[in-house]
Design a protein around this ligand. Sequence first.
Ligand SMILES: NC(=O)c1ccc[n+]([C@@H]2O[C@H](COP(=O)([O-])OP(=O)(O)OC[C@H]3O[C@@H](n4cnc5c(N)ncnc54)[C@H](O)[C@@H]3O)[C@@H](O)[C@H]2O)c1
Length: 432
Amino acid sequence: MDNLIKKLETKQAQLGVIGLGYVGLPLAIGYAKAGFKVVGFELDENKIAQLMRGESYIIDVSSEDVKAAVDAGLLVATSDFSKMAECDSANICVPTPLGKTRDPDISYIQAAVREIAPRLHRGMLIILESTTYPGTTEEVILPLLSEQGLEVGQDFFLAFSPERVDPGNPDFHTINIPKVVGGVTPNCTKAASTLYAQVMETIVPVSSVRVAETVKLLENTFRSVNIGLVNEIALMCDALEIDVWEVIQGAATKPFGFMPFYPGPGLGGHCIPIDPFYLSWKAKLAGSEARFIELAGQVNGSMPKHVVSLVTRGLNDRSKSVRGSKVLVVGVAYKGGIDDVRESPALDIMGMLSDLGADVSWYDPHVSELRTNHPAHRLDDWSVDAIGEFDAAVIVTTHAETQHELLVEAGPVIIDTRNALKGIENENIVRL
Ligand SMILES: NC(=O)c1ccc[n+]([C@@H]2O[C@H](COP(=O)([O-])OP(=O)(O)OC[C@H]3O[C@@H](n4cnc5c(N)ncnc54)[C@H](O)[C@@H]3O)[C@@H](O)[C@H]2O)c1
């Protein structure tokens, strides 16, 4: 333990990061910038090659930083797990999706741990950062590592630390987001906290791994439930012919006890639509029902369908049908400012419109390629002439650089699910 702490404090430790995606790459670069030698383990050979050429593929990490780390010999990306034997620590940052039956799929975590286990050595620190259900670290990872005959808290150290990175957020990143840490034993918490303290500004130790695991799930459940609530209010306001955006604006003037959330076309990304179901799955096993989570999932999951009904309504008011209409989906990333389309509601909306017979196109300055199960054309030309070819346009995701006003000039029916055209009064606009 003392040796590990010393190595961490003097930056002599060599740090392993498993999974170099949205979470792992910023962390690896953060470590390298602090002066640590980092080995990034990744299965995707394209990502490895890109990194070793000094190129970033993650919005929040600059290619300059990658190149500087690689050139200085501080970052090596590899698929060769034998290098794990030389690492003093391993942060696991692999995906945790839902399976086909919407149950947690922790197979990526298990695969990563199976690579670590045979290379586990005295004084090694393992930290899980992938979002998962409470109990994963102690019930799944610990037994796999303990098979090696080493004792946790004495011979090696195991902790969970939720990753809270918000891709595309210019104000908060890996280094200045407070880092919650929970170890299997107090020594484990101390070792993990010492590592993070070399790089991050604020460390928040908690009393157990399960608390740390559940912190992350509470945060994302909080968002899912509040978004679900405001989406339901939006549906009610639609029926009552009240402008929900103005209602929220009014409520947000209350200086205490209210926090604005905004309705939208549905949830997207790797976290908010998925994480709460990790909690509800585990709670169910313990006989506890997660009613808010299920309800928020239902309401949020119904939003793409509601958006399609608004398209139908808008076209109908112009005596047009969805079948045969040219419909443009504006913004397909799951949120503004990023290029990530995972779980994006745009995909559902495009699929439903296509099923109804619409001729679907999409525009997104951040996304160059989109794999869809339905035919969809990419629009490159953001001009009044090009937009004027469409019967309807659906604003799904707003990027700062998209001039949404051109839609008004061009004249299609506009379904504005983000209040992007706030303050503009025009008969072609149908607001969520
Ligand atoms: N993206 C976010 O905004 C965010 C925020 C907080 C938490 N998280 C959580 O962090 C975890 C990682 O998410 P992400 O968005 O970085 O995913 P990602 O898909 O961007 O990156 C994961 C990477 O791990 C690699 N990988 C998979 N299995 C591997 C293995 N066995 N060995 C080595 N590499 C492997 C993949 O090739 C991929 O590059 C998830 O649990 C997610 O819920 C994500």
